[in-house]
Ligand binder design. Structure first.
Ligand code: HEC
Ligand code: HEC
Length: 196
């Protein structure tokens, strides 16, 4: 006859093993799901409903420090490679400012921006006034903002379309969700049809 305690021992052994199997199964599914999400994020950076625009983690340290000093450190996917080369090739004449850097930092930032640049949808026209191209002039940016009236761009609290954080309250964290938008009149964005 089996001693009752051996049953307890057996149960005691069995349950952690089950738990381990369960954990393994769970982490496997979790991993598969994360892989799917990751693939989705990689493949759809500027697709309809692109409300996350985070700075890739491999940004050189100088990127936030230098390119986030006067304005938001803009997400690299918002301009194409040609556009970024044009911006980075004349930092001494930067939209009326001087944003010059030492060559190693300039080079590292340009390489990073070009590597993560967007495609044709974010190809900006070359401005007639000799300025570098603007990511706020790309077809993608214009399409996403076609409902924003001129008076909002010109509002004293906004001043420029490049001032993302004036309306996107969590732009600094890379989040551009509709419900996080507060328009210059102080009101959240009204629910409107978004035909993207
Ligand atoms: C000394 C301040 C300063 C620094 C540093 C700076 N910028 Fe700018 N940047 C400006 C100003 C001013 C504008 C024009 C803003 C406007 O018109 O609203 C601008 C505009 C831009 C624009 C165009 C935005 C638009 O209107 O579409 C891009 C792109 C840009 N900067 C990228 C960079 C990058 C990349 C770096 C880092 C290498 C950088 N900036 C560093 C001052 C700076
Ligand atoms: C004057 C306010 C304002 C400014 C400034 C502004 N936006 Fe927007 N943005 C909007 C509005 C309004 C929408 C449209 C939201 C909608 O209809 O879903 C929008 C939409 C977007 C979307 C699309 C979100 C989605 O779910 O598809 C992105 C991304 C975005 N903006 C990024 C930017 C970036 C980057 C900047 C700065 C370079 C910027 N915006 C500047 C008001 C603004």
């Amino acid at each position: 006859m089996r001693h009752p305690s051996s049953l307890i021992v057996m149960r005691g052994l069995a349950s952690p093993r089950n738990r381990k199997d369960f954990t393994r199964m769970f982490t496997h599914r979790q991993r598969a799901r994360n892989a799917c999400l990751f693939a989705l994020l990689l493949s759809l950076p500027l697709a309809a409903g692109a409300d996350k625009l985070v700075i890739p983690a491999n940004a050189p340290p100088a990127f936030q420090a230098e390119c986030g000093a006067c304005h938001l450190a803009f997400p690299p996917t918002l301009l194409d490679a040609r556009g970024w080369r044009a911006v980075m090739g004349r930092l001494d004449r930067h939209y009326g400012d001087n944003a010059s850097l030492d060559e190693p930092a300039r080079r590292a930032i340009e390489d990073f921006l070009v590597r993560h640049a967007g495609g044709d949808k974010v190809r900006a026209p070359v401005p007639a006034n000799g300025e570098p191209p603007r990511l706020t002039a790309t077809p993608w940016f214009k399409r996403k903002h076609h409902e924003v009236p001129d008076k909002d761009w010109q509002d004293a609290k906004v001043k420029s379309p490049a001032n993302c954080g004036a309306c996107h309250t969590r732009a600094a964290e890379g989040s551009y969700r509709e419900r996080e938008i507060i328009m210059p009149n102080g009101r959240p964005l009204e629910e409107e049809d978004d035909d993207n």
